[in-house]
Design a protein around this ligand. Structure first.
Ligand code: NAD
Length: 258
């Protein structure tokens, strides 16, 4: 029998960003499930539905819906389904990012207008859109958590336009925290160290990011998706009731290094 206290009993959590069992969103979902939350999932397209559906069914999810975050019609359909199924929402996990592959290598200066706006739309604006739709459902307060990376603050070669999008995402986190604070809805970002996932595979030379995390961080080890899950669960839980607008690091201390 588990000793984990059911801190999320009775709560409804929407998880946006599971692609497969390696996704950081899936690690977060598992922690919230352990805490007693009921989970809803979205997937991007039919190919990923085949991966997401069995995972979601494994945690008895009553809500498994398509959602391309760059499509307002799909976002509206998703939230009307949440309204019908749950009538409320307590937790939103935003774990979504995208940039064209050619914009994740070489010189940042070559980023096209379309590549720039696509990365910003999917990786940063989507948080604003999902938060806006969540707000009326979070009548008893709530918690929103998004995923960022150190490339938002400092230059990480090849991270390029995604670093700019993550900087915008962290700023969106702060402005949303201010907007939603009076409704007791908290908005925080997790800045995670590198973890080998589908999205990470799109970054050129990701292996050297992992190697440097191992060699150059104070703790001399890379993080696991489970570490992100644990921090997200903390941020959604009662221990973080006065934490909002923050970016918290789970990176073996990488961010303190010069
Ligand atoms: P992942 O590939 O498992 O997850 C990325 C998700 O984004 C996928 O589920 C994908 O379907 C979704 N997505 C992309 N475009 C979308 C769209 N238009 N509409 C809806 N969903 C869309 O990889 P991950 O590493 O788990 O990434 C999750 C988040 O964590 C991302 O924001 C990523 O930048 C961030 N992050 C990852 C790392 C890492 O090293 N893996 C480190 C720090 C931050």
């Amino acid at each position: 029998m588990s000793n984990t206290p059911l801190v999320f009993a009775g709560m409804k959590a929407l998880i946006v960003g599971v692609a497969n069992e390696r996704s950081l969103a899936w690690a977060i979902a598992q922690e919230l499930h352990k805490g007693g939350a009921e989970l809803g999932f979205t997937y991007l397209g039919e190919a990923l539905e085949r991966r997401v559906r069995p995972l979601a069914e494994g945690v008895n999810s009553p809500l498994i819906e398509p959602c391309n975050v760059s499509d307002d019609t799909q976002i509206e359909a998703l939230f009307s389904k949440i309204q019908k199924t749950w009538g409320k929402l307590d937790i939103l996990i935003h774990s979504v990012a995208f940039a064209n592959r050619e914009d994740l290598e070489g010189r940042f200066i070559t980023t096209s207008r379309q590549g720039f706006s696509n990365a910003m739309d999917i990786s940063a604006y989507s948080l604003v859109a999902l938060a806006r739709h969540s707000e009326p459902l979070m009548q008893n307060g709530g918690s929103i958590v998004t995923l960022s990376y150190y490339g938002a603050e400092k230059v990480v070669p090849n991270y390029n336009v995604m670093g700019v999008a993550k900087a915008a995402l962290e700023a969106c986190t702060r402005y949303l925290a201010w907007d939603m604070g009076p409704k007791k809805i908290r908005v925080n970002a997790i800045s995670a160290g590198p973890v080998k996932t589908l999205a990470a595979a799109g970054i050129r030379d990701f292996r050297s990011m992992l190697a440097s995390a191992q060699e150059k961080t104070p703790l001399k080890e890379t993080i696991e998706a489970e570490d992100v899950g644990a921090l997200a669960a903390f941020l959604c839980g009662p221990g973080a009731k006065h934490i909002t607008g923050s970016t918290m690091y789970v990176d073996s201390g990488a961010h303190i290094m010069s």
